[in-house]
Design a binder for this molecule. Structure first.
Ligand SMILES: NC(=O)c1ccc[n+]([C@@H]2O[C@H](COP(=O)([O-])OP(=O)(O)OC[C@H]3O[C@@H](n4cnc5c(N)ncnc54)[C@H](O)[C@@H]3O)[C@@H](O)[C@H]2O)c1
Length: 396
């Protein structure tokens, strides 16, 4: 006789149901436990691979440095808050180096100490190239606190995170603005530093913090003091694309190209009564390709317990008037030029003596033809009238 107990059937079904629910829960829990998470190649050390954290890697110089590092087989993590950089530059780099463990981008603000600590905690970083900064002399005189915070305080944050995670090498982006207006030219690394604007002062303070810390640690430090950076990637992959709202504060090359493109009506040259041969300021223009080469050489030669401080310039000064003429020639446009009174915070004449970096890092500027550097940069500008496009459009 087939006998089934009507009370037992629901009991059995309940058991099956509970078992099924428990199984699903177990699978979910297991999936979330760390051992089942995919391990990021950026979080592990790999023999023979140097992992460089590039702050400000979405910006003009930082993006060119990342391109060079990736070409040279480094592993790169970019940290940038895109306040001034371009997600479009990062896309260009990611498209060219899509392989696992080559390039990652972390959107973070260096003013956010917790976020910075997390970056160092979650990634196995060997060296830092610290480019991220606001970097306009004129703007710094209008917003000094912003400059001290962004440059000096954020460098301290980066340094603390490096110390906490035992990251041993720092390449720091400094500037000739830390020298102020020295009496004697050319500027050597021994020239006294008396910066005359908040930008230069904030960088000098950041340098001092790094130097004091280096005395008490075995960190390998390279401080590179750049002169005026121009040019762009000779193969046309990257360029200089500052935010339109920064045009007023902008650098001379950007303004020249904007004038040639008709984006602004003409060029404003500020100051014609300086004590220089043609009355306009004299600067030392260093091509970005040479500059990033100096970074790679500095990284290569950085040694624990040692600090290297180097000027990165060509050693040759060019007047603003000369620059404008070269720009007219490079663009083929007869740019309208207005000569105005001086801008606060500017200094008359600045050019480097690069013999220390020549000697110790075996580095020499190779792209010293101003016209050629401007031609290369102009090619990119002409093809990218809107820079890398709007940041949001590129991000989507
Ligand atoms: N361009 C020059 O002629 C020149 C000369 C001397 C020194 N420098 C130095 O070189 C470095 C790079 O300059 P650049 O011309 O490429 O400038 P840039 O504005 O093109 O790049 C700076 C990058 O830093 C990022 N950034 C700024 N503040 C940040 C923050 N709080 N957190 C995260 N990211 C932040 C910006 O978004 C941007 O991508 C700067 O330190 C600058 O002082 C530049």
């Amino acid at each position: 006789m087939d006998y089934s107990d009507p009370k037992r059937k629901p009991h059995f079904l309940n058991k099956v149901l509970v078992a099924a629910v428990l199984t699903v829960m177990c699978i979910l829990v297991l999936k979330q436990t760390p051992c089942h998470k995919e391990i990021s190649p950026f979080s592990i050390r790999e023999p023979g691979v140097t992992h460089v954290l590039v702050t400000g890697g979405a910006g003009y110089i930082g993006s060119h440095a990342v391109l060079r590092l990736l070409k040279d087989s480094y592993r790169v993590t970019i940290v940038d808050n895109l306040s001034r950089g371009n997600i479009g530059a990062i896309k260009v780099l990611q498209e060219r180096f899509p392989g696992p463990g080559r390039l990652q981008f972390i959107y973070a603000d260096l003013g956010d100490a917790k976020a910075v600590k997390r970056v160092f905690a979650e990634n196995a970083i060997d060296a830092v190239m610290h480019f991220a900064a606001v970097a306009y002399v004129g703007e710094s005189t209008l917003e000094p606190l912003r400059y001290y915070h962004n440059i000096t305080s954020n460098t301290l944050t980066v340094l603390e995170a490096m110390a906490a995670h035992d990251v041993k090498t720092l390449i720091y982006s400094s500037t000739c603005a830390t020298y102020g207006e020295p009496e004697k030219m050319p500027i050597t690394e021994e020239t006294p530093q008396f910066p005359i604007n908040p930008y230069g002062k904030a960088k000098k303070m950041a340098e001092d913090i790094i130097l004091d810390f280096s005395k008490k640690s075995n960190m390998a430090v390279m401080i590179l003091r750049y002169f005026n950076v121009i040019g762009s990637d000779p193969e046309g992959r990257l360029g200089e694309a500052p935010r339109p709202e920064l045009r007023e504060h902008g650098r001379i090359s950007g303004a020249c190209f904007d004038a040639a493109l008709g984006i602004i009506p003409g060029l404003k040259v500020k100051g014609t009564d300086y004590e220089t041969p043609d009355g306009t300021c004299i600067r030392d223009y260093i091509d970005v390709t040479d500059l990033v080469d100096a970074h790679v050489k500095a990284l290569d030669k950085a040694e624990p317990n040692k600090v290297g401080i180097y000027n990165v310039g060509t050693g040759k000064g060019r007047s603003v008037r000369e620059f404008v003429e070269a720009c007219k020639q490079a663009t083929g446009v007869d740019i309208k030029v207005d000569y105005l009174s001086r801008r606060p915070g500017d200094y008359a004449e600045v050019y480097s003596n690069p013999s220390k970096i020549n000697r110790e890092l075996n580095w020499t500027a190779k792209h010293t033809d101003l016209l050629e550097s401007l031609r290369v940069a102009w090619r990119w500008q002409k093809e990218h009238r809107n820079g890398y496009g709007s940041p949001l459009a590129m991000a989507s």
